[in-house]
Design a binder for this molecule. Structure first.
Ligand SMILES: Cc1cc2nc3c(=O)[nH]c(=O)nc-3n(C[C@H](O)[C@H](O)[C@H](O)COP(=O)(O)O)c2cc1C
Length: 339
């Protein structure tokens, strides 16, 4: 257990914010798989201020998600503060997080995300402004620095703490590294040693053993898991069991993976139109079958599904193939869908 401000977090495995993925259906699922804390996708401060309908819908939190953190991104203090105030009073989240790690151009162009790492004084002003304006605990997600020549996470973390934040998540890469190369946990350790508020370590945590190693090597309060949970929500409960009780849980069976894939689609359809849910499943479904027999060919078809019916037909035909090793049924279904 650890605490961010007054928010108690049951265990030390945190599901990372992932744009386009960590909507409320996904977050609820991750909670059921044992995540101590979940984050929303990043939400634009400006879009909140303009009252953009789709963006305001992103602020909705389901009852079973708590504790959850709503992440906002933006490049200027005034609009981040205004958006944070709105979140504070209108969203049922427990924590407000500010994104200072996003490396994509669209976000950098607005001087937001990891661009802010180049301006530590501005970071201080923004965090101070938000902390003073809201009643919920405020956290910040950062990277090691903008690039190899500007590694400043320790200085930035100290300023964030000084401004009154209740916690920090550190992704052990620079902006320039994007999502490539090895995450540098030694810098995460330096951040942890330099401040007194909780630190969540992030980057290259893929197995229960990784999670334990990061906790031990860096001393962080919790670890944050992103891509390893895609198509594999079981990894969350495996990590929790391993770090909390030294217990090794079995991997899911192929049938469990296929069931979960369909369950995921149905959860998405409960919170968005089928078309949008299926468009997201074109990404998720191949992740669920990764590593299973002949998954490459099936993946091709999953990336083109147009409805839940098609997804189910392929998954069920694939299930029969996995059980019987007889390809005819799978090929027939795929042929029918292609017509
Ligand atoms: C598709 C994708 C979307 C992401 N979206 C966000 C986001 O909205 N906010 C954020 O702070 N980080 C975002 N990240 C970064 C992750 O939260 C995390 O820091 C990164 O993936 C490293 O962790 P991992 O190695 O466990 O995946 C995103 C990463 C990916 C791959």
């Amino acid at each position: 257990m650890f605490k961010i401000g007054n928010v108690e977090i049951e265990n030390r495995i945190v599901m990372a914010p992932l744009a386009g993925i960590t909507n409320k259906a996904f977050r609820s699922m991750m909670k059921e798989f044992g995540a101590g804390l979940v984050y929303s996708e990043m939400v634009s401060d400006k879009a909140i201020c303009y009252g953009n309908k789709k963006t305001l819908e992103m602020l909705h939190v389901d009852e079973n998600e708590h504790p959850m953190s709503m992440q906002v991104f933006g490049g200027d203090k005034e609009s981040i503060v205004q958006a944070a105030k709105y979140i504070d009073t209108h969203a049922q989240c427990d924590i407000i997080d500010i994104n200072m790690g996003c490396p994509v151009h669209k976000v950098l162009k607005a001087d937001a995300g990891s661009k802010l790492l180049l301006y530590p004084e501005k970071i201080y002003e923004i965090v101070l402004g938000v902390v003073e304006a809201v009643s919920k605990p405020v956290t910040v997600k950062i990277r090691l620095g903008y690039d190899q020549e500007h590694i400043n996470c320790v200085e930035v973390a100290q300023l964030i703490e000084k401004a009154g934040a209740s916690g920090i998540a550190v992704h052990g890469r620079t902006r320039a590294q994007m999502y490539e190369g090895k995450a540098d946990w030694s810098m995460i350790k330096k951040v942890k040693e330099a401040i007194h508020i909780p630190v969540i370590g992030n980057g290259d945590v893929k197995t229960p053993e990784d999670a334990k190693r990061m906790l031990e090597q860096t001393g962080v309060d919790a670890v944050m898991v992103g891509r390893a949970a895609l198509g594999n929500p079981w990894i969350i409960q495996q990590m929790v069991a391993y770090i909390e009780h030294g217990e090794i849980l079995h991997d899911p069976t192929p049938d469990e993976k296929l069931d979960q894939c369909l369950d995921h689609a149905r959860r998405l359809m409960q919170v968005m139109p089928e078309k949008m849910a299926i468009s997201q499943m074109r990404g998720h479904a191949p992740w669920y079958i990764k590593g299973l027999q002949s998954s490459a060919q099936v993946k091709n078809h999953l990336t083109r599904i147009k409805s839940y019916h098609e997804l189910e037909a392929i998954i069920e035909a694939y299930r029969i193939y996995l059980h019987t090793q007889d390809r005819t049924w799978l090929e027939k279904v795929i042929q029918n869908l292609n017509q």
